[in-house]
Design a binder for this molecule. Structure first.
Ligand code: ADP
Ligand code: ZN
Length: 724
């Protein structure tokens, strides 16, 4: 009998299990009932597919959506796994053929919709079979508290009881305790082992920006994602239609999706998206339930979602393949008001909950700490890492911050003088000396703060307000957006604390951050993508059934030229190698011949710095000056920044692969406060595990050394090992 690890490699083409997968599979193989709660993209399917391949009997998979079922079965077939489904979309002939395959024990996985499971004919087939495992996918459908309750799911327990020898595994991405309890009760899983995975999706880059010119902002964002698949969520059908038109006019490949379209049109647009015929879907929240597309590279929220649960689900549709997905939320207070208006129409009993949910969403959007902290907190998880490196707040550095204390004082004093009952816009208007009706109505032209802030535009003032909010320098109520001062604002007012901020420049491009990503050959990637699309269309399946984006990225990184090295590529197992391997190998071979490129070993990863701006980067300048003989304290004075900023520039310079004067080593190691033996241990670990990621080192050292300390030691390590 094969073991799970071997199957993972030979069938699925993956080297290692994701968190919890191995434990879950073992639990199922031990015939212990299992409840799995794992976020979208966490890799739930493998948890029952691998046991299914090991059991001699049949595994039944109950799944609520026919489209998902079809997709899964196609993917299984491409991997060479005998899987089929029985549902109403099959012709009588196909249905009969599939039943025959089951009867002849030729099938490992049988996918069924819950209503099909209850039919006499299916029941009678199942009675003749050895059923080893009953899988209930999307198990939250059993709960009325879940977001898509399916009454038929309630009858599964009856079927389960008929097959006492089958182990039961229920899976869902919905984590709320109430739903979890409901699943256990309704499926009689009280003694089941529960596996709750972390809901942190590390490959989602989270960003929130102030919405001021949304269509323009959307176009700018999409330009960064040329030729990539993505979803844009809007609040209303009308908005979907409008934005689709704008994007079409800008020559993006885009289709709408909302409940106002006919069912055929919706299916068609969804299918076009899945098959990469269309790149972008603009949708209301109705979109996404039935799709499993792994290569969604961005999710743009054009409007504010109603609650964190919805937001999380929507961004969760990005990056299922584990590659980076860029999630941007455009946030404005106007949206909050719009949502509040809808909440006010609800029954009083529902209103309170909806308001609480909205409030949490607002806090998330306005938060100045790592985005993952409020997000994970919502799911009852404690997020510990100091810097996730994948959200705007963590990527933001002190670089470019300037002293705007005087501006802050003017603003706070104006808030105070107007009695802390006005919103940001009103205050900005007073400061700018506006003669708007509302200003005159309250005689605010008489105030001493009237007209003292004309040096900034209204937009710039409003952007300052966002910065104040993030720093806890001001509070805003959700009802009317009224601003109130905090203890911290008084410290600034009294000159006891400074406010360091950024001035919004008109239509300024966001700073392009340095991102670590595989340095792949984009031309070959495009070529392989076209090949994949051709093959997929020929077989009438979505492209990702053939190979994932990640597999193509790896091919365009390592240029595999033999079957063996092809098997090392993520997602290439025996069946896919047989079926498609040669076609892709030929393509890669010809490309490499023409360009004189040699195959690379998969163990060595290279990183590149994505070049967003042509401007010479600050860290480069700092690094060069240091090498020319300047000391850290001289540079600190020259650039007027803190010592830590100079160090972080120098670190970036090193991480870019540059060499640096060894004297820096001494200065750096002085910063470290951990005992010497710990320093040595960490340095050895960097040597063993590599320096790209800090987390493995952090864990290897039992989380005893903080990330800040590890950064210092990493820098020391890099200086020491740089070759001159
Ligand atoms: P979920 O059902 O939890 O949303 P899937 O089972 O669809 O997630 O898995 C998401 C993606 O991750 C799929 O493309 C799957 O093939 C891939 N995947 C699953 N497990 C692994 C693994 N151990 N290594 C690499 N990729 C994996
Ligand atoms: Zn973060």
């Amino acid at each position: 009998m094969k073991n799970p690890q071997e199957i993972l490699k030979s069938v699925f083409g993956y080297d290692t299990f994701r968190p919890l997968q191995a434990e879950i599979i073992q639990n199922v193989l031990n015939k212990k009932d299992t409840l799995v709660i794992m976020p979208t993209g966490g890799g739930k399917s493998i948890c029952y597919q691998i046991p299914a391949l090991i059991f001699d009997g049949l595994t039944i998979v109950i799944s609520p959506l026919i489209s998902l079922m079809k997709d899964q079965v196609e993917q299984m077939k491409a991997l060479g796994v005998p899987a089929i489904f029985l549902n109403s979309t099959l012709s009588p002939q196909e249905y009969f053929e599939n039943v025959e395959l089951v009867r002849q024990n030729k099938i490992k996985l049988l996918y069924l919709a819950p209503e099909a499971l209850m039919t006499e004919s299916v029941q009678s087939i199942l009675q003749t079979q050895k059923i080893d495992c009953l899988t209930i996918d999307e198990a939250h459908c059993i709960s009325e508290w879940g977001h898509d309750f399916r009454p038929e799911y309630r009858q599964i327990l009856g079927v389960k009881n008929k097959f006492p020898k089958a182990v039961c595994i229920a899976l869902t991405a919905t984590a709320t305790p109430r739903v979890r309890e409901d699943i256990k009760k309704s499926l009689n899983l009280n003694s089941a082992n529960e596996f709750l995975a972390s809901f942190d999706r590390k490959n989602l880059k989270l960003q929130v920006v102030t919405k001021d010119n949304p269509s323009f902002q959307a176009v700018k964002f999409l330009e960064k994602h040329k030729d990539q698949s993505g979803i844009i969520y809007c609040f209303s059908r009308k908005q979907v239609e409008e934005l689709t038109a704008i994007l079409e006019a800008n020559e993006f490949s885009v289709k709408p999706y909302h409940a106002g379209l006919s069912a055929e049109e919706r299916t068609q647009n969804q299918e076009d998206f899945i098959r990469d015929n269309v790149q972008i879907i603009v949708a209301t929240i109705a979109f996404g339930m039935g799709i499993d597309k792994p290569n969604v590279r961005f999710v743009l929220h054009f409007d504010l979602p109603k609650n964190i649960e919805g937001y999380y689900q929507e961004i969760g549709r990005g990056g299922r393949d584990g590659l980076k997905s860029d999630c941007l939320l455009l946030y404005s207070y106007g949206d909050v008001r719009k949502l509040k208006y809808f909440i006010d129409q609800k029954e009083p009993s529902e209103r309170q909950i909806a308001e609480e949910h909205l409030q949490k969403m607002v806090s998330f959007a306005e938060s100045g700490v790592c985005r993952r902290i409020p997000l994970m907190e919502y799911f009852g998880e404690n997020y510990e890492s100091e810097n996730c490196g994948m959200c705007d707040n963590c990527l933001e550095t002190d670089e470019g911050l300037e002293d705007f204390t005087v501006a802050a004082q003017k603003f706070f004093s104006c808030v105070k003088r107007t009695g802390e009952i006005f919103g940001a816009k009103h205050i900005a208007q007073v400061l700018r000396g506006s003669s708007a009706k509302n200003i005159l109505k309250f005689d605010h032209q008489e105030l001493s703060t009237y007209g003292i802030g004309v040096e900034f535009s209204e937009k710039q003032w409003l952007d300052f307000v966002n910065q104040f909010l993030k720093k806890g320098l001001i509070l805003k109520d959700t009802d009317y957006g009224r601003l109130k001062l905090t203890e911290k604002s008084f410290l600034v007012l009294k000159g006891k604390e400074k406010f360091l901020g950024k001035l919004l420049e008109s239509q300024k491009e966001k700073r392009v951050t340095q991102e670590l990503e595989l340095d792949y050959d984009t031309e070959l990637f495009e070529q392989l993508r076209r090949k994949r699309k051709n093959l997929a269309d020929g077989e009438n399946v979505p492209p990702y059934v053939i190979f994932s984006d990640k597999a193509l990225v790896e091919m365009a990184t390592y240029f595999p030229q033999s079957k063996e090295s092809m098997l090392a590529i993520n997602g290439v197992g025996d069946a896919k190698l047989e079926k498609y391997g040669l076609k892709f190998l030929n393509e890669i071979f010809a490309y490499c011949q023409a360009k004189g490129i040699a195959e690379k070993s998969k163990n060595k990863i290279t990183y590149k710095v994505s070049r967003g701006s042509s401007k010479v980067k600050r860290h480069f300048v700092v690094g060069e000056k240091f090498n020319a003989g300047k000391s850290v304290s001289e540079l600190k004075k020259e650039f007027g920044v803190q010592e830590s900023t100079i160090f972080s520039h120098l670190q970036k310079y090193l991480l870019d692969g540059n060499k640096i004067r060894k004297e820096l080593g001494l200065e750096v190691i002085k910063l470290s406060k951990v005992p010497r033996e710990k320093q040595i241990e960490a340095l050895n670990l960097f040597n063993e595990l590599g320096h790209e990621l800090l987390r493995p080192i952090y864990e290897a050292m039992n989380e005893e050394i903080s990330y800040e300390e590890l950064k210092i030691l990493r820098m020391y390590f890099l200086i020491r090992t740089a070759k001159f």
